[in-house]
Design a protein around this ligand. Structure first.
Ligand SMILES: C[S@@+](CC[C@H](N)C(=O)[O-])C[C@H]1O[C@@H](n2cnc3c(N)ncnc32)[C@H](O)[C@@H]1O
Length: 285
């Protein structure tokens, strides 16, 4: 190691620092880290410590304490998972195409306006899959004002999504005709990179947003996707988030969550209408 490089100590995380990290991540991002997550926290923070060139996890925790505005999103990003894929949980996209879109095309026929939010969008695969599905379900002869808001608290994944360049093997879940329609070979890159076409990207806005913080948008949205995100949150925070989603949805609007998530016991504002698919409004008698 060069003499000038800070020595990295792979010491385990101290009890006090682990407690501090758990508290700050719960307070700022609503994320619950159990005692069992200690080694995961240690290894993820060790990686972050190395990339910042700091000498130890203790020094890193001091940095978070002293300059939270600088490192908080880095910390949250380090401790959350960004796993995602095009057309992940394909039944949601089938439902969107076959059930939600026909209804919205009728209901919003006068305004020809469609608003969808992908909350916790990670690197863009989810919002682009939604956008492909929506545009393909629209009558080609009509022009609609369709906008998709894609938010995440992790700036790195947002930048990736905004750029819209994916490794070829990331496109495996996409049907060949959709690949031809919605992707181009990324110029000046290796042949194995595909760029989302502008006619799809222009519908999607990637913006930073902590779901636990203030929301600048007023809505209303026709559909909200928040998949594989609430799994991190405790019950009171989940309930509050679902209430806020309901406030921003149109009456009869849809909320779609991840495969291991449920709204059971969290709200009376939604009723289940499909596998992890909910509709805003009271239960039908
Ligand atoms: C597992 S990924 C899910 C991606 C996509 N929704 C899917 O299902 O494929 C979870 C995402 O939620 C984001 N996330 C976690 N806590 C968040 C919070 N408090 N506010 C906004 N995004 C958050 C993470 O940064 C991550 O990108």
């Amino acid at each position: 190691m060069p003499a000038s490089a800070p020595a990295y100590s792979a010491d385990s995380i101290s009890e006090a620092d682990f407690r501090y990290i758990r508290a700050i991540i719960a307070e700022q991002a609503g994320i619950q880290l159990s005692e069992q997550k200690r080694s995961m926290v240690h290894s993820r923070l060790a990686k972050r410590v190395r990339s910042l060139g700091l000498p130890s996890i203790a020094a890193y925790c001091d940095q978070v304490r002293n300059y939270p505005e600088r490192e908080l999103t880095g910390l949250i990003s380090a401790l959350t998972t960004n796993v995602t894929a095009f057309f992940r949980e394909p039944h949601h996209f089938a439902f969107l195409a076959e059930r939600i879109m026909p209804e919205l095309l009728e209901r919003n026929a006068a305004s020809r306006r469609l608003r969808i939010w992908s909350a916790g969008c990670s690197s863009g695969e989810e919002p682009y899959s939604i956008a492909m599905t929506v545009i393909e379900a629209m009558p080609a002869s009509q022009s609609w004002d369709f906008k998709l808001l894609a938010t995440d608290l992790d700036q790195e994944v947002l930048a990736f999504g905004r750029e819209g360049v994916y490794r070829g093997d990331r496109l495996d879940g996409i049907a060949p005709e959709q690949r031809r329609r919605w992707f181009r070979r990324a110029a000046a890159r290796s042949v194995d990179r595909a760029l989302v076409v502008e006619t799809l990207r222009e519908h999607v806005s990637f913006l930073p947003l902590n779901l636990m913080g203030q929301w600048p948008m007023k809505g209303p949205f026709d559909v909200i996707f928040c998949r594989n995100v609430i799994i991190y949150f405790d019950q009171p925070r989940k309930a509050r988030l679902i209430r806020r989603f309901s406030d921003l949805l149109t009456e009869g609007g849809h909320l779609i969550i991840g495969h291991s998530e449920s709204l059971h016991g969290l709200t009376d504002r939604f009723r289940p209408i499909g596998k992890t698919i909910y509709r805003r409004g009271a239960a039908e008698c």
